[in-house]
Design a protein around this ligand. Sequence first.
Ligand code: DON
Length: 563
Amino acid sequence: MPRSQISRKLVKLTRQLQMLQQSPPLARGAPSGTEASLQRKAGILPSLEDLLFYTIAEGQEKIPAHKFTTALKSTGLRTGDPRLKECMEMLKVTLKTTSDGALDRHLFKKCVQSNIVLLTQAFRKKFVIPDFQSFCGHIDDLYENAKNLSGGQVADYIPQLARFSPDLWSVALCTVDGQRHTVGDTKVPFCLQSCVKPLKYAIAVHDHGTEYVHRFIGKEPSGLRFNKLFLNEDDKPHNPMVNAGAIVCTSLIKVMNFMNKLAGNEYVGFSNATFQSERESGDRNFAIGYYLKEKKCFPEGTDMTSILDFYFQLCSIEVTCESASVMAATLANGGFCPITGERVLSPEAVRNTLSLMHSCGMYDFSGQFAFHVGLPAKSGVAGGILLVVPNVMGIMCWSPPLDKLGNSVRGIQFCTDLVSLFNFHNYDNLRHFAKKHDPRREGGDQRVKSVINLLFAAYTGDVSALRRFALSSMDMEQRDYDSRTALHVAAAEGHAEVVRFLLEACKVNPVPKDRWGNTPMDEAVHFGHHDVVTILKDYHNQYSPQDTAVEKQSAEKNLDGML
Ligand code: DON
């Protein structure tokens, strides 16, 4: 196997292990991870693939391919996500063998098995934003609100920026679990300009460590315009987010493939025309460069003019709103790219970068932005704002008209509205700020883990709720204070479909006894539900004595765990 393939596999495996480790504990009384997987292998518990099938199929025999992809997208995953490559390739091949473009349980299993960990996490709503659809609805509203703004000036000091329409406006986000949402002109390439400053600083710290980098650059907001010809008391640039600091930072980095890795291999280009124009119109930057040279701000042996060229080149790196949101998400995710699982930056580099973006990232508006928005961000003269919600998501807002301080008018509005609606501000209290939404809160599905909800779903015959519970690792054999199970209740109410689901998909104990010694069969007979009686009898007859013994043992063990 080629090395690249081996390392891709390793990265995937590591990622899968991380996700498994992040899984919350199973419900009380449910078998432990190893126990559950042994039982799955023995056929006593349904496989994850089966549970996923039942969840998406909603009672049908087959899942049409489009239903699967639509359900997938609703979790925030994209069909083009590199982590789902095997599943999507298998789906393509498999669909060619079907006449109706639909997958039965066997074909479905074949398609999902290589990516089952990620898919199960997605459908169990274990991602950082569990209710992704409703979150995206809010994002779209904020986008529309900012779209109506008309103020600001598109930068016109070079033709490559002046040509952009003031109407361009886009927002893209990528969560730390790789959930994606985009709205507006998200595929139009534009130059990072100053949004590249935090990225190159992160690369410099990743390569050389904090101590070395800050031998050359300070950590304080300058309180001055970004291109001011000015150094601090130690004759160092104030910080890496202003031009002087960014130029020195440029002299510390050597590799460019970081940019591709940061963006999970999504669009990263280069505008040579912008580079040429930046160089031609860059007198101020040359002035800063000579000043830095005079004050010996560069590492020894640095050729200042070639570093300036490199600086202009880095400003001319092109991204789309979409690809830049992945870069921001890599920062939000501690240096791991969410969609490739690759570690791109060290935790030290990411923490430093976020700290300095927080205090110095928004030009002379940095203090106000830190106060009102309370999130690390960096703006650029092309109209981009790279925004990070640490541990949650990365966002890129792009709209060319700039306010007097050089920040995108619509971008600022969006960021401000975002933290008014959600408790993302660094100092929002996560427990007691009832007026704001917390999209990280576990959605309804996560909270309904109590036996009451399980039994209520069985009572009302709500099979789709039961499917969700089963996929969420809920112990489907849980008992109430009278030792009654969902199967007792469904049998007493005559919900044949529920009884079938609990027996066949969840493989629950078919003969649990409640506190009066009654089994589900007793209930079905008592209330005259003949169809349920037949289902229970048939199921009982199919059971081999060996299976029953193993199953009984497992049921008893689960019960022990609960008492
Ligand atoms: O250095 C310059 O003047 C620009 N090319 C960088 C522009 C920018 O985004 C302003 N930033 N701080």
